[in-house]
Structure formats: structure tokens, C-alpha cells
Design a protein around this ligand. Sequence first.
Ligand code: ATP
Ligand code: MG
Length: 316
Amino acid sequence: MPKSVLKVENLNKHFGRRQILHDISFETYAGEVFGFLGPNGAGKTTTIKIAVGLLSLDEGDIKINGISIKKDFEGAIAQVGGIVENPELYKYMSGMQNLKQYARMRTGIDQKRIDEVIELVGLKNRINDRVGKYSLGMRQRLGVAQALLHRPKLLVLDEPTNGLDPAGIKGLRDILKDLAHKEQISVLVSSHLMSEMELMCDRVGIIMNGKLVDVKSVEELISSVSGEFVTYKLKVDNATKAISLIDNVNDDNKKIIDETHIEVLIEKENADNVVSNIAHKLITNGIKLSMLCPAENKKLEDVFMEITKNGGVQIA
Ligand SMILES: Nc1ncnc2c1ncn2[C@@H]1O[C@H](COP(=O)(O)OP(=O)(O)OP(=O)(O)O)[C@@H](O)[C@H]1O
Ligand SMILES: [Mg+2]
């Protein structure tokens, strides 16, 4: 059983008379990156602010590492590290000085821990530079380092890749995955970028209009709408001859793309057998088979559009 780190139970939140969160419940585990995905105004930041103790809740509860935010606020929040708005950094100080300053305000953080987090976020070479000279990506890394200093069980980042370039996004993604998978931290990130979530997260919760509509692994989400068939692409020296040799697939499910390419639709259920039979048949009949691979799966972006198309993506 994975270890539950964040447990959100029937969370409700109003701003004035307007209900913003409706009965939100989900759990995140140690060792995973959990993505909170939803369009603008869905309620991601509100939920995250409540989870890191920046905002109060109306009804429900949040438990962090088993500690209820209602019963022991300080105890629960001590288990969380987070960046919700921009990380609070002093521009005129170096990265190292920032971390030391932050460490002084907390108990139990020594130089060894500071060096450890610098290593974890890959900022060793620039840690003595002034933060004012840092790029956005470097500031984000320093923010993560700061959030990690007190050894939180849960790391929460609201839209962490905002404004980063592709290399910066990949760098941060790798750091967050490592923190989850290697350090066994539970990482919660929010985003409205579906393609980003697909690469970064193990599981995704989709929130719309303040309601959690689905929580699934990335694979489950993709396969839940991509159906029971997979398209395989083949490259051969003679497409016409090759397609006539493929006799274990219905005619409707195979087509010639050009002289050297074929596409075959194969049921996922028995795909391994069907694919190896096709390869064997072609090769033993003198066809030169130079590629046989599944076409790229439906992206999470498409899945998200499909899930949200009936609910509308209006700003609530
Ligand atoms: N302090 C506040 N007072 C009143 N309404 C608020 C407040 N903060 C947020 N809201 C409303 O709550 C809803 C959810 O906002 P929230 O910031 O949680 O969305 P989000 O999913 O983070 O969106 P985005 O992707 O744009 O960051 C919105 O309708 C917003 O207008
Ligand atoms: Mg937000």
C-alpha cells in the first residue's frame, strides 16, 4: 500500500456567498508526483492555499501525514513545503545567503541540510551568485530548495513551470520527479497545461468549476478515451504484398499509406500475439520489415479536452 501523505476530505470553500470548492476529496502518496489539472478559475490555487495553510477551509478536513489541519494546524503545516505565489527571495543576497537566512528562522536546519538541498535542485555552481542575477528557472530552483529545507513530507507547487522555457521546464520536471521517486516525497503540482502534466505526473486529478471530476493515473486517463485499439505503423519494402500477407487482421483494420508504409489497427487485448504473428509472417515470406511500432498514443491534452468538452471551459 502506498503511504498517504495528503488527504483532502470533503473540502468546501465559499468566498462570500459564492461556493468555490464543492466537496473536494483526494489523496496523494509518498513517492508520487500528483498533478492538479484544471482550466483558469477551476479552484486549483484555492485548494492549494488551503493545503499549505494560507487560507482557511469552511467544511471538510485536510490531513498531512495523518495530522489534521483542524486539530493541529501547526503540526500539519510543519509537514508541508510549498511555493504558492513567487518564492520569497532576497535579490541582493546570494542563493546561499537566502537559504541560510531562511534556515535561521526554523529549527533543526544545519549547513549539511542546506548543502543537501542545493545538490537536490542542481544549483551548486551558482549558489554564491546574487539572486538578482538569477534567471527565472534558477529562482524557481532556489524556491524549491528553500521549501525543502525543513524536510517536508509534502511539497506543493502552484503552476511551477509558469514562465519557464522548455529547458527550464524539463530541468524542474526532472527535479520534482527525483524528489518524489528517489526521496519519497509526495509532490503536488498544479497546471492548466495538460501536455506538461502528462510528462511530469504519475497521477492526475482534474478539477472543473470547483469540483473534482476525475482522479486517475496518466496511463489510465489516456487509455480511458483512446479505446480498445492501437494503431501500429509498419515500414516494409513492398506494402501491397505485405498487406495481403497480414491475414490475422480484418480488412477494415489495415491500410496502405504509401508504397512502403502500412497502418494496422490492433485490439489491445491480444496485441502482443497479433503483432508477433504479423512480424513472423512477413519475414518468413521474404518481406523486408524495417519498422513495426505503435503510433503515438492520444495525448493527455486530447483526453482533457474530451473530459471537459461537455462541462465547458468557461471561467467560473
Ligand atoms: N480571494 C478571493 N475572493 C473571491 N473570490 C476568489 C478569491 N480567490 C479566488 N477566487 C475565485 O475562486 C475561483 C477559483 O480561483 P482559483 O484561483 O482557485 O482558480 P485556479 O484554478 O487557480 O485558476 P488559474 O488557472 O487561473 O490560476 C475563481 O472564480 C476566483 O475568482
Ligand atoms: Mg491558480
